[in-house]
Design a protein around this ligand. Structure first.
Ligand code: 1HE
Length: 257
């Protein structure tokens, strides 16, 4: 893919794309060019990409919003920046492929908002999480009040923002900020292993999991049941599902254990 800013680095590993934040001298602080680049990348994914690993160069995943961008912006420019962050992160969350974030070191502010847009988060033992926005006199602006509060609960998010509390990697794992916790330095490798496994899923299953499931989690049960039912019907009649079920019944399919 062309048109990525220097702060982003792309690598391909078969059907997996690895997108890395690549501005370690600034602790991968997210400036406008980087967020625009993330939006562009996810909006223009090649059709042969089946999963994305979102990782970072250097000691830290991301120190959050590039604070230098706040110094001379008007209110309108702030609103426009937030709109850009929303577009970029929605592209991740509601795009066509699963995104696995590989976290290490600082996962702070907008960096945590970015990670929260991914479907799976793998953290290594060096990861830590903070939302210093409150203490800097600002507020989250990358959808964090929606995504992060849904992952850890609004009361925990309030604590992070009011007190400047830092969760270490173990604590982050306990409250669901990460779904996998691995040894220091192993997050990207583990994320890649998961991505390879995910890449073998039939596309209609992936569609249901990425598009229907999160919307149903917010839906009223009556609507949710109808949508679930329709999705189940569409997936089950797909040849990919029929082949897998037939293979299992013939003793040749994948076993759970
Ligand atoms: C930055 C940023 C940044 C580092 N914006 N330039 N985020 C924060 O409040 C976190 C701010 N950063 C830190 O607390 C620390 O940098 C770290 C704990 C992440 C890492 O510490 P350290 O000692 O390894 O690095 P450093 O010496 O603090 O920073 C190295 C350089 O990166 C330095 O620049 P230099 O030119 O002097 O070398 C820092 O200025 C620069 N740097 N972090 C700009 N964030 C959509 S709304 C979301 C709102 C938020 O994200 S608020 C949270 C902002």
């Amino acid at each position: 893919m062309t048109n990525l800013p220097a702060s982003l680095e792309l690598e391909r590993d078969g059907e997996i794309a690895i997108l890395r934040l690549a501005r370690p001298a600034k602790r991968n602080a997210l400036d406008d060019g980087t967020v625009r680049g993330i939006e562009h990348f996810f909006a223009n994914l090649s059709e042969d990409v089946r999963a994305v690993v979102l990782s970072a160069r250097g000691e830290h995943f991301s120190a959050g919003l590039d604070l230098s961008s706040l110094t001379e912006a008007t209110a309108l420019e702030h609103v426009q920046r937030s709109q850009m962050w929303y577009r970029a992160f929605e592209r991740i969350q509601f795009g066509s492929v699963p995104v696995i974030a590989a976290l290490h070191g600082a996962v702070i502010g907008g960096g945590l908002e970015l990670a929260a847009a991914a479907h799976i988060r793998v953290a290594d033992a060096t990861a830590y999480y903070a939302l210093p926005e409150g203490r800097r006199g600002i507020f989250v602006g990358g959808g964090g009040s929606i995504r992060i509060s849904r992952i850890i609960g609004a009361h925990r998010m309030m604590d992070l923002m009011l007190t400047g509390r830092i969760y270490n990697a173990d604590e982050g794992q306990q409250i669901g900020l990460s779904q996998y916790l691995v040894a220091a330095g192993a997050a990207e490798t583990h994320a890649l292993e998961l991505a390879r496994r995910i890449a073998t899923l039939p596309p209609l299953s992936v569609y249901g999991i990425l598009q229907v499931l999160p919307r149903n989690a917010e839906a009223d049960p009556a609507t949710g049941h109808v949508l679930e039912n329709l999705m189940a019907l569409v997936a089950a009649t797909d040849p990919a599902a029929q082949e897998r079920i037939a293979a299992f019944l013939a003793g040749a399919g994948e076993k759970i254990k």
